[in-house]
Every structure is written in structure tokens, then in C-alpha cells.
Design a protein around this ligand. Structure first.
Ligand SMILES: N[C@@H](CCC(=O)N[C@@H](CS)C(=O)NCC(=O)O)C(=O)O
Length: 215
């Protein structure tokens, strides 16, 4: 059985894992779930990932891994080259703190189910939902911009000149931001890192519009 990524083209957590697989040069097949149609809550998907969120990575032996950061760290341990985390414990903690600022503090409050709740249960209109999204991005991106701009370990990427876990999370969030017209002008350091990611086919191929099942 080949490796299968259960994902959705527009899901930013899926973009993260696609970028990591691509950076590692690992082959995978796609099974897609249309989130707006609730396909990630189908019994078939829940039997694979009871957490009911994409992505989930199914390995060749059938094992299913959930949670994008856990999947990426698994890939980094199982396939160490190229490394997605720095060599020292302190630098790894730094990079994880950047990645988690996005994946744990920005992304969850802007997830589809949250935006749908604002719209369908609280009656907030489209512009209100977009303002919500942009607000939580700004809350997370402003400190990240300050931290990264001041950090001497930054190179073309968050840590040196090779992309890693934090760049993957940043890239996926910026790709997601495009749907809500987030202004990147206040974040020149983040924008520069994203531009460097976009020079790499591994990142470009992970973008929603380049997914084989994009619609
Ligand atoms: N913490 C999870 C988040 C996964 C997640 O929230 N995925 C989104 C798509 S980006 C999803 O499945 N959303 C479905 C929904 O909100 O109903 C991870 O990093 O994998």
C-alpha cells in the first residue's frame, strides 16, 4: 500500500503536510474531502481519524497519523534529510514556538467550523467573518514579525537558509490569508520568508491551486 494523504486542497493544515512531504521528496497519493460538504465527518473518514479533521496521513502499513505538526515531526524523525528542525534543543524550541504560534493560536480560531458557527449560528455577515479572520491573523502575525525581524538566526528562512517547520506553518497561513485579503504590508519579514518559500517547487506544489483535486 502506498502512502496516502487524506486532505483537502484549500486546508492550510493540509498545505503544511503537503509541503513537508514534498520537501522530504516522499511520494504520496491524495484522497480528498470537501469540507463544506462535511465529508470529513463521514463515518468512512472518522474510522480513519476520529478527530474528524484533515489532514491525516496513512502510512504504507495502514497506520493513520493525525495532526499536522505531529505528522511533520514524525516525517522529520523517520526521514531526517533534509531536516525540518534545527540541531540544538534551544533552536528547536524556538522554531516550534513560531510554528505553534500559527498552528495553535491563529489557525484554530479561524478554522472552517468556527467561521461557519459565526455565520450560521451567530448570524455574522460575510464582512464580519472576514474581519474576525483578519483580526486573529494580525494578533498572531504582529508579534511574529517583531520576533523574526530581531532574531539573528533568521536567514532566508525563519532559521538560517533552509526551510523548516516554522516556514511551513507560515507559508500555509499566508496561503490561507489570501482568501480574506490580508494586507501583508505590516509584515515585511514574514512576506520575505514567504517569497523565499515560493522559490521552491516543494512549496509551490503544496499550494491549494496546484492540488490535483482543486476546484
Ligand atoms: N490542529 C489540526 C487542525 C486540523 C484542521 O483544523 N483542519 C481543518 C482544515 S485546515 C479542518 O479539517 N476543518 C474542518 C472543520 O473546521 O470543520 C492540525 O494541525 O492538523
Amino acid at each position: 500500500m502506498s502512502r496516502v494523504l487524506h486532505n483537502f486542497f484549500r486546508s492550510s493544515a493540509s498545505v503544511r503536510v503537503r509541503a513537508a512531504l514534498n520537501l522530504k521528496g516522499l511520494d504520496y497519493e491524495h484522497v480528498s474531502y470537501t469540507l463544506r460538504q462535511g465529508e470529513h465527518r463521514s463515518p468512512a473518514f472518522l474510522s480513519l481519524n476520529p478527530q474528524g479533521l484533515v489532514p491525516a496521513l496513512q502510512l504504507g502499513d495502514g497506520t493513520v497519523l493525525a495532526q499536522s505538526l505531529a505528522i511533520i515531526e514524525y516525517l522529520d524523525e523517520a526521514y531526517p534529510e533534509p531536516a525540518l528542525l534545527p540541531a540544538t534543543p534551544l533552536d528547536r524550541a524556538w522554531i516550534r514556538s513560531l510554528a505553534q504560534a500559527i498552528a495553535c493560536d491563529i489557525h484554530p480560531v479561524n478554522n472552517l467550523r468556527v467561521l461557519q458557527y459565526l455565520d450560521e449560528k451567530l448570524g455574522i455577515d460575510e464582512e464580519g467573518v472576514a474581519r474576525w479572520f483578519r483580526h486573529w491573523v494580525a494578533e498572531g502575525f504582529a508579534p511574529l514579525e517583531r520576533q523574526l525581524a530581531a532574531d539573528p538566526r533568521r536567514g532566508r528562512f525563519c532559521h538560517g537558509d533552509a526551510p523548516g517547520l516554522a516556514d511551513i506553518c507560515l507559508f500555509a497561513q499566508i496561503a490561507n490569508n489570501r482568501r480574506f485579503a490580508v494586507d501583508m504590508t505590516p509584515y515585511p519579514t514574514l512576506a520575505a520568508i514567504n517569497a523565499h518559500c515560493l522559490e521552491s517547487p516543494a512549496f509551490v506544489e503544496a499550494l491549494p491551486e496546484n492540488h490535483p483535486h482543486a476546484s
